[in-house]
Design a protein around this ligand. Structure first.
Ligand SMILES: [Zn+2]
Length: 464
């Protein structure tokens, strides 16, 4: 295995070039962005899978969905089959003027932990694709074969909540049989310290429009008797949380599974430095942490949170003296075990409808609805993952939860009869995924690729 790992390391600059060419394609899957770019991206990924030596490479389509890329290598009879997942779509770049280098021109420079590659999608999640292809090509080039069977699925709409996942599963279920899921879309504990992610928060997202008028009007000529929809929406949103930022919608927090004794002990073991946490998140000096539970990090995956992601009435540029016709906001709630996504969505909808002041019109649009995920990391696949990370990084991995969501995990694991899901990845606390100046620590990227080489052989050895 050492030999394959060495080949992977020797060819690292080539894998890095593959990453850069994917990052140059602005594959933003959000409405209002060019869908042709996501299509260009899927073809680039498919070409890479082919170049890597995978067979039966295809672009998989579901009506209305951004396309997936697929490839396989199934020549290891009697050995387990791994379904390797990553996604090729990215978040919008955000405020381009805040980027220190263009978001879609991958640029190396020094940052936290050493040399980093800056650009949208460098870490989330185009590096996740390359980790798979780097490991596969290292085996095929060195030995001409792999120790396990491989299926690769690269999704095109993870960042928008995988709206067509159920349809995708239904359409392609027969192609996707596997013993273990390997998802490279999460993060390390810190620079140089790997982690196995064993819990994810779920997410529901709701667009809320409150309308008072059929057109915007002069705020002097009409202000007073005519209700202001921006103020109405603000009052509704303010009622969603209490003074400590906790969700105040009746019946929502009651669903949260109480912390177990052992869980609490595990959480307390995680080293947390409040000052680092504040720095990594970029909190302004006077801002207060809104704490819940025994552990600051544990709070991120064992307690729910509510965020107003966007608010639109007029804009800073167009801020005339008007009463806006309508106001709009996007509200998301991150869910933890045992919260039920459909139930929480209904509770949020009912709460907002009941709190619209002054008889204004309300329109709700569901944007996402995915439950939380948690696993008990016991068995050969998890043992293999821990051994592989130790081999690649030279240090023991932590087992952590993640505050984010990957809608793919639960339905796929369910469809595969509860197959173990290994969540690994190369984001770190300085990556700033989804924000401006997203970056990837190159030394960890290399270690992640090498770990993946070890993962294939570790699973093959441990599987009975
Ligand atoms: Zn991602």
């Amino acid at each position: 295995m050492r030999q394959v790992a060495e080949v992977c390391e020797r060819n690292f600059s080539r894998h890095l070039e593959d990453l850069k060419s994917l990052v140059r394609i602005p594959s933003v899957s959000f409405d209002g962005f060019e869908p042709a770019e996501v299509r260009k991206s899927v073809h680039a990924v498919a070409a890479l899978l082919k170049k890597t030596g995978l067979e039966n490479v295809q672009v998989l389509e579901v009506p209305g969905a951004h396309p997936y890329a697929y490839g396989e290598w199934l020549k290891a009879p009697g050995k387990p089959t791994l379904l390797l997942y990553a996604h090729h779509d990215v978040q919008p770049p955000g405020r381009t003027e805040l980027w220190q280098s263009p978001p879609f021109e991958p640029t190396p420079r020094l940052g936290p932990g050493g040399e980093r590659l800056y650009g949208r999608g460098t870490a989330d999640d185009k590096a996740g694709i390359i980790i798979h292809t780097a490991a596969i090509s290292s085996y095929l080039e060195t030995l001409g074969s792999l120790p396990v069977n491989i299926k690769v699925v690269i999704e095109g709409e993870e960042e928008t909540g995988s709206a067509h996942l159920a349809e995708f599963l239904k359409t392609y279920r027969s192609m996707l049989d596997a013993d273990v899921l390997v998802l490279t879309d999460s993060g390390n504990f810190d620079c140089g310290i790997p982690a196995l992610t064993i819990a994810l928060r779920g997410m529901i997202g709701l667009g809320v429009e409150v309308r008072a008028l059929t057109k915007s009007v002069h705020s002097g000529m009409w202000g007073g008797p005519v209700p202001d929809p921006a103020m109405a929406l603000t009052k509704m949103l303010a009622a969603l949380v209490d003074d400590e930022g906790r969700i105040a919608i009746p019946g929502v927090r009651e669903q949260v599974r109480p912390l177990g004794k052992e869980e609490e002990l595990e959480m307390k073991k995680l080293p947390v430095n409040e000052a680092d946490f504040r720095k990594q998140s970029g909190m302004v000096p006077g801002a207060r942490l809104l704490r819940e539970g025994p552990s600051l990090l544990g709070q991120l995956w064992r307690f729910p949170s509510l965020t107003v992601n966007a608010f639109e009435a007029s804009s800073k540029k167009q801020a005339g003296n008007i009463i806006n016709d309508a106001a709009w906001a996007k509200v998301t709630i991150r869910l933890v075990p045992d919260m039920n996504a459909e139930k929480v969505l209904k509770q949020l909808e009912d709460f907002l409808k009941a709190h619209v002041p002054w008889g204004l019109e309300i329109k709700l649009t569901v944007e996402s609805c995915a439950g939380p995920w948690a696993t008990n990391p016991i068995g050969p696949a998890f043992e293999a993952a821990k051994a592989a990370m130790k081999a690649g990084y030279g240090v023991e991995p932590y087992q952590i939860g993640m505050g984010g969501s990957i809608p793919f995990v639960q339905p796929f694991s369910d469809a595969l009869g509860g197959a173990p899901a290994l969540l690994i990845g190369v984001e770190d606390p300085y990556t700033n995924a989804h924000g401006e100046n997203e970056s990837l620590l190159l030394s960890d990227f290399k270690k992640g690729c090498i770990s993946q080489v070890y993962l294939f052989s570790e699973i093959a050895e441990r599987w009975r």
